[in-house]
Design a protein around this ligand. Structure first.
Ligand code: GLC
Length: 746
């Protein structure tokens, strides 16, 4: 029977001192095996309760389980742990609730395109409510790796290429998952992953080596994790990857020096799936015992699914190689999270205390998230929104127009395809009796190379007034371990576009994908381009509303869209180099159309067959409204080191319809002790403006906003000149400048 002192059940965990006393008291009761048991994260049995699981729970050899979503089974797991073990320590119950539970939101990369932290927090909140009803109290999200290589399948799960945007959105997700009070029903512990640098996997191949210079690690890859830590994230997950020769799961510089020493983090660290055991596979250690030592000594508290801790920590502690203090600190980190979750007071789940999944409110939020995630990249001659009255016949062509599963995207273990609302019926519904809508799938899947469906598609296009093509990637082409060496449209999709474009009919291309795709070869053949990522349960109605103008696109790219795969890595916050390319500085070889040959005026940094600019830049996205920027100014030409300045500009909606615009602030530190990016996002605000409306948008900056790790590897702003831009993308040209003074306010 549990012997947790009764008094423990009444002291508030919100009081830090009381919390630490409760932890210390419990630690003092625990045997070595029970302590090590808290460090074991074990797969559940998918609704079953095999004897080995029951026995391990009774003996206190399990601290957390993952992948159990049958609430009755979860409650039985908790009951055994709480009522049949000696100390009655409740379990963490983990699951990858990445972009929704049953109500699926757009993939995180798509949500990032909304640039709407409040909406993203709401999505995480709803995911938490639905997951908590199944007994889950810990999600392995948000994934906050910086994604600058779209060949990498996991770019789908990340929040984009920019540290500032990813940090703001990561913090929003943490707030959404964890709520204001972790003890409340519906709040679940979040887990920032994968710490750190996973997105830099060489050649965009998952699990591959990452070689990241310290400045880049500190200035690019770590800031979103720091933002999650500052937002109170309950846990971090280590990356599979080898970071500069020391895999993250055994990397003391990351897990102890930075996370505990510099950031004073008091949550817990969990490995990734068997990544402790994989330290031997990497060749960091000779065997499981040394892997257990390296991971524990580096600061990895909980071992996910491999059992090197259970097998070898007892002897490592008895030998003193892992001290009792180290072990107690690891266990304390886990117990702290369990106390903060209120599990000791209330370990069981009553589904009735959570709202029903897929309820109208949740679906509406997913609908809004899908609308705001879509990015309008091209709209020649105002083809969009489709004028319902003027279109008698609409051709809807492609394998993704009516596929309830594929639009959900990757990492949707608990999604419900039957609840998915696809685009085809939504288009028919909105077209109503004003247009006849015909559909031809044309390709069985996005990977198919069977062109036998093309003739029917072309014939339909011939007899239609406009064509809407739904192409891209099915869900399996992105996500973990699903990387692509060529990020063009898969299968015969480019040929399908070619065939339909030959009819001369106006084409709207709607892309559903888990990554940026290289669309240079096809973008000239369509008149409008909507990038919908994998939009989730409500993707269909959202896309239909955007097509017909019921809603206006407001998404902005959270990642750069390359022209061709060979440009990768290509991102906006790049360095100047000593020989930067300019628009008139290169010649194209003749196999890339449509471009006029240019005369080379010197050797600069570009590709002969792709130039140096992306197809579409970070931060870019069109609207059915139109926005103009002017009158940029600073509150002062000089910022003191301890002062602030405000940079403002006027934004005007010059169109006759309401629209939303993400106003963005970029700065450039012209000279640094290490070279600085040509631009860095330092602020953004999503504003809704009526027809003709003008608004001043201002961004307050302080020196710490300009801080970076310089040559001395210290975080700080360096005095000097800065350029600043305000506009609707990372190519904003409305510019001002200011000086960061060396002196403090006198
Ligand atoms: C996977 C992923 C990680 C996930 C974990 C549990 O391998 O790398 O993101 O949370 O295992 O499913």
């Amino acid at each position: 029977m549990a012997i947790v002192p009764e008094t423990d059940l009444i002291q508030p965990v919100s009081d830090p001192a009381a919390l630490e006393q409760r932890i210390a008291a419990l630690l003092g009761e625990m045997t070595l095996q029970e302590k090590i048991g808290q460090l074991a994260l074990v797969p559940a049995a998918g609704g079953g309760m095999p004897d080995h699981l029951r026995d391990a729970l009774r003996e206190g050899r399990i601290g957390s389980v993952l992948n159990e979503v049958h609430v009755d089974t979860v409650n039985e797991l908790q009951r055994i742990a709480v009522e049949e073990s000696r100390l009655g320590i409740p379990l963490l119950v983990g699951r990858d609730v990445v972009h929704g539970f049953k109500t699926v939101f757009p993939i995180p990369l798509g949500q990032a395109a909304s640039w709407n932290p409040d909406l993203i927090a709401l999505g995480a909140r709803i995911a938490a409510l639905e997951a908590a009803a199944a007994g889950i109290n810990w999600t392995f999200a948000p994934m906050v790796d910086i994604g600058r290589d779209p060949r990498w399948g996991r770019v789908a799960e990340c929040l984009g290429e920019d540290p500032y945007l990813a940090g703001v959105l990561a913090a929003a997700m943490v707030r959404g998952f964890q709520g204001d009070d972790l003890t409340q029903p519906g709040s679940i512990a979040a887990c920032a992953k994968h710490f750190a640098g996973y997105g830099a996997s060489e050649s965009g191949r998952d699990y591959n080596t990452t070689s990241i210079p310290d400045h880049e690690l500190r200035n690019v890859h770590l800031p979103p994790f720091k933002a999650a830590v500052d937002a109170g994230v309950a846990s971090l997950m280590t990356s599979f990857s080898d970071l500069n020769g020391v895999p993250a799961t055994g990397n003391a510089m990351l897990l102890t020096d930075i996370l505990r020493g510099e950031w004073q983090y008091d949550g817990f660290v969990v490995s990734d799936w068997e990544s402790v055991r994989q330290l031997a596979v990497h060749g960091l250690t000779p065997d499981d015992r040394e892997s257990a030592y390296e991971a524990a000594n580096a600061g990895c508290d909980v071992e996910m699914t491999s059992t090197t801790y259970a097998d070898h920590l007892p002897s490592l502690v008895e030998e003193g190689r892992i001290s009792q203090q180290q072990l107690d600190a690891m266990v304390a980190n886990v117990l702290r999270a369990k106390f903060r979750l209120g599990l000791f007071d209330d370990p069981f789940t009553d589904p009735a205390r959570c709202p029903a999944a897929l309820n109208p409110e949740h679906l509406q939020a997913a609908h809004t998230a899908a609308v705001e995630s879509v990015v309008l990249l091209k709209n020649d001659h105002g083809l969009l929104p489709l004028a319902r009255g003027g279109l008698q016949t609409l051709a809807v062509i492609g394998p993704l127009a009516d596929d309830p599963y594929e639009q959900l995207g990757t990492w949707i273990f608990d999604g419900v395809p039957e609840a998915s609302r696809t685009a085809l019926p939504a288009i028919r519904n909105l077209a109503g009796d004003q247009a006849t809508v015909h559909h031809v799938r044309a390709l069985e899947t996005t990977r198919s190379r069977d062109r036998s469906g093309f003739a029917e598609a072309v014939a339909l296009a011939e007899r239609s007034d406009a064509v809407i093509l739904f192409l891209g990637e099915e869900a399996i082409l992105s996500g973990e371990a699903h990387c692509r060496a060529d990020i063009g449209l898969p299968g015969a999709q480019e040929e399908l576009i070619e065939a339909v474009a030959a009819t001369g009919k106006p084409i709207v291309l709607v892309v559903m994908a888990g990554r940026p795709l290289a669309l240079e070869r096809v973008v000239g053949k369509v008149q409008a381009l909507l990038y919908a990522w994998h939009p989730g349960t409500m993707g269909g109605p959202a896309i239909a509303e955007l097509l017909f103008g019921v809603a206006s696109p407001s998404g902005k790219l959270p990642v750069t869209l390359p022209r061709v795969t060979g440009q990768i890595p290509i991102y906006y916050a790049h360095k100047q180099t000593g020989k930067p390319a300019t628009p008139a500085s290169f010649i194209y070889i003749d196999n890339i159309e449509p471009r006029a040959p240019q005369v080379s005026v010197g050797n600069t940094s570009f590709h002969l067959d792709a130039g140096y600019t992306p197809l579409y830049p970070f931060g870019f996205g069109l609207s059915y409204a139109a926005f103009e920027y002017g009158n940029i100014r600073t509150s002062s030409p000089v910022m003191k080191l301890d002062g602030a300045i405000t940079i403002s500009a006027d934004v005007t909606n010059t169109s006759d319809r309401e629209g939303e615009e993400v106003v963005q602030l970029y700065v450039r530190d012209l000279v640094g002790s290490v070279t600085r990016p040509v631009r860095e996002l330092k602020g953004f605000e999503k504003v809704r403006l009526g027809p003709g409306e003008r608004r001043t948008v201002g961004f307050a900056l302080v020196a710490s906003d300009l801080a970076f790790y310089g040559r001395a590897m210290r975080l700080g702003a360096e005095p000097g000149r800065f350029h600043a831009w305000i506009g609707g993308s990372s190519e904003a040209d409305l510019q001002t400048e200011f000086l960061l003074a060396a002196a403090h306010t006198s």
